[in-house]
Design a protein around this ligand. Structure first.
Ligand code: UDX
Length: 481
């Protein structure tokens, strides 16, 4: 099948590359000529495991093309995916101007039946607006052509996007129940047939329900995370271990284990934006999503928890201290720094006077840009921020290490390494990656999220721990929870 993808951002690029890999001819349109040239030459504007190989192979084999030629892009694909960015405006609402520009261009240039697939995450009702714009352009150019606008939201996780596309849990398609809508649905069934395992992955529904499904999925996942984060903070106060609680409740199949990992708060381009957008949609529809509003504010608070634990330990003053920060991207296997919890943490450490030595396997440049933005008025603080190539180098002489992103590289940090390298073997584990009980028994204090009291309580059993480690202020950690 011939497919056009409008926008080679994260979603557009993964979708285009994977559809080409499945044997379709794919035309990817982007207005950024430099990006088009980079992709056409086999380069990669983002870090996503497995994507570069797929792009290179399909470009070489002639199934995947990148271009800035709008007219040619509309002429090419029977199916036109709109996968452009919808950045938040100052008031938090989604800026849909790129979606609407794409819709107008399709209407202006189309010369036969087209399926327009709304792939970007957009407020409920946007597909109807897209249809109106296509129709208006057709009329303005005196064309009487059929088309259908379909909602087909993406559920790709950064770091696992290729796998998510090739083996989806579900493929949601919202289509109108009219002749063009049924024709569109038939084309999408054909397009997705190779990944529609057992013919049971496709969920067909009306357009508005499909648009809402995307928000509902992310809102549900964000709710689980915020709920667990709040329980973790309570566990800190009670001396319970949130990891054991997670296992205890996750074993109930009605609850399940996924997305119950307490941590430093959720980030990324989707959860914060989509939760915010759904709250707004509810408000503008005359109702309220009180639970979701609380989810959002709980997450903002959670992003401070790790910093508060560090500050509480050092009495609020980090002057003369060196803090190692491991992991900067909002999650592993991505270089994405959007809404990353590390941003507030690093800024807070620097503002409290610390020298910060950071490591991230891939997000270093993006992190530097993000922090330059966040600390725009405080350039002197940036001078106290350095990066290292290896996690072990970050530990050298550090007063504490803070794990913010659970890259697999950090799972192997051992007590002996921490004791050998650091000035004080003290870990603040923002992703509950390490076993605080085991570390404590080997003389390393490890303060997790919802498990720090466990570590502190059992510290008493630790064999001859260094003096500073025993000085972990139990009262302060409790008070700040
Ligand atoms: C999410 C959705 O999972 C995906 O379906 C949608 O298409 C886009 O948004 P993504 O933002 O790539 O994907 O990352 P995800 O793996 O969902 O994690 C989001 C955030 O939640 C990360 O900051 C992660 O660290 C955090 N998280 C996740 C937790 O804090 N605890 C968990 O148990 C799971």
């Amino acid at each position: 099948m011939k497919v056009t993808i409008v926008g080679t951002g994260y979603v557009g690029l993964v979708t285009g590359a994977c559809l080409a890999e499945l044997g379709n001819d794919v035309f990817c349109l982007d207005s950024d000529a430099d990006k088009v040239a980079l992709l056409q030459a086999g380069g990669m504007p983002i870090y996503e495991p497995g994507l570069q190989e797929i792009v290179q192979r399909n470009v070489e084999e002639g199934r995947l093309l990148f271009s800035s030629d709008v007219k040619a892009s509309v002429a090419f694909g029977d199916v036109q995916f709109i996968a452009v960015g919808t950045p938040p405006r100052d008031d938090g609402s989604a800026d849909l101007s790129c979606v609407f520009d794409a819709a107008r261009a399709i209407g202006r240039h189309m010369d036969r039946f087209r399926v327009v697939v709304q792939k970007s995450t957009v407020p409920v009702g946007t597909a109807e607006q897209v249809a109106r714009l296509v129709r208006a352009e057709l009329q303005a150019h005196g064309k009487d052509l059929d088309f259908s606008v379909v909602s087909n939201p993406e559920f790709l996780k950064e770091g696992a996007a290729v796998q998510d596309f090739m083996a989806p849990d579900r493929i949601v398609v919202g289509a109108d129940d009219d002749l063009p809508g049924r024709r569109a649905l038939a084309l999408l069934r054909q397009l997705y047939a190779p990944v529609n395992r057992n013919q049971e992955r496709l969920r067909v529904m009306d357009v508005r329900s499909a648009e809402l499904t995307k928000y509902a999925a992310n809102a549900m996942l964000a709710t689980r995370i915020s709920f667990m984060n709040e329980l973790a903070n309570l566990a800190d106060c009670l001396g319970a271990d949130i990891e054991l609680v997670r296992q205890g409740i996750g074993s109930d199949p009605r609850i399940g284990y996924s997305f119950l990992q307490a941590g430093a708060g959720y980030g990324g381009s989707c959860f914060p934006k989509d939760v915010d957008a759904l709250c707004r949609t509810a408000q503008s529809s005359g109702t309220r999503l009180a639970v979701l509003e609380a989810v959002q504010s709980a997450n903002l608070r959670q992003k401070q928890v790790l910093l508060d634990k560090v500050l509480a330990h050092f009495g609020g003053d980090l002057r003369g201290r060196t803090i190692a920060v491991l992991g900067l991207a909002f999650k592993p296997d991505t270089d994405d720094m959007r809404e990353a919890p590390s941003r507030a943490l690093v800024a807070g450490l620097l503002r409290a006077g610390a020298r910060v030595v950071a490591h991230d396997p891939v997000a270093r440049e993006q992190a530097q840009r993000a922090l330059e933005h966040d600390l725009a008025g405080e350039p002197q603080l940036l001078a106290q921020l350095g990066y290292v190539e290896r996690p072990t180098s970050a530990l050298e002489g550090a007063d504490a290490v803070v794990i913010v992103t659970e890259w697999r590289h950090y799972r192997t940090l051992s007590a002996s390494l921490l004791k050998r390298s650091m000035r004080t073997p003290l870990v603040f584990d923002g992703r509950n990656l390490l076993d605080p009980h085991q570390l404590a028994s080997q003389g390393v204090a490890c303060v997790g999220i919802g498990r720090s009291n466990l570590s502190l309580l059992r510290e008493a059993d630790a064999p001859t721990p260094p003096a500073r480690q025993l000085a972990l202020p139990k009262k302060k950690v409790r008070a700040e929870s």
